[in-house]
Design a protein around this ligand. Sequence first.
Ligand code: ZN
Length: 275
Amino acid sequence: MLIVYSKALVGAAIALALLNTTAFAAAETNQIRIAYKEPKDRDLVIIYEDMKERRVLERLQEFLSPFKLPRPVKFTFQSCDGEDDAFYFDYELTLCYELVDELQWAKPKKTTEDGVAPHDAVAGPFFSIALHEFSHALFQTYNVPVFGREEDAADQLAAYIILLQDKTIASRLIRGTAYAFLTESKEEESDSTIEYWSEHGTAEQRYYNVLCLAFGADPEHFSNLKSKKILPEDRADACQDEFEQIEDAYKAVILPHVDQALAKKVWGKLEVRTK
Ligand SMILES: [Zn+2]
């Protein structure tokens, strides 16, 4: 009886393994679909044309092509009734023209003392936000179990993917992202609109989180974050552990779904304009 039971178990295990193989066999690279919807608002039409001309979605499509997905994920650029937002729902990712408008409005007029160039203050957060939303898609696709807030996990995965890139580019994107969080946190503070109840961290927390991961990834390259006390010492000292925790999670649940040869090729091509 025991033997029969074991055989049944083995049979079930084989069936499950086959099922899994089938499921993963169907996963393919180049699964990002894109669309630009023309907005009605004239100010946003300028952004729509600019985004199309710069092939922003096409570049995102290429950047994300190494992720092996069993079904396509669609990125749509559109007007969102005045909301400067980006969101994900069920394999559909929306990026709002208003978000780009807001980032362009908030960028510094010239390079800041901390070395954040105007363009980086737009490209950094835009790329981070797109990756954050795409992280939700990855969690759903791969059934990633998440302890803690999924919004934090999406921020972490987005920052981690950026930190896998060329150091100079990663540094510019991360600092640009941090700049946007800091600007947002100042606005939240002056308007008394800090949403402690939100499923997201506050902008100020997200600012420190992204800097901590960068510092944890490469304390030498980002040494000024600690030496200039941008990141308080008490937090800075824990950042390498924080980074390693995320790296372990990435290697366990995301990396097996990345076509590494393709990633090497397309991620190596990542460029961020300097003007
Ligand atoms: Zn989110």
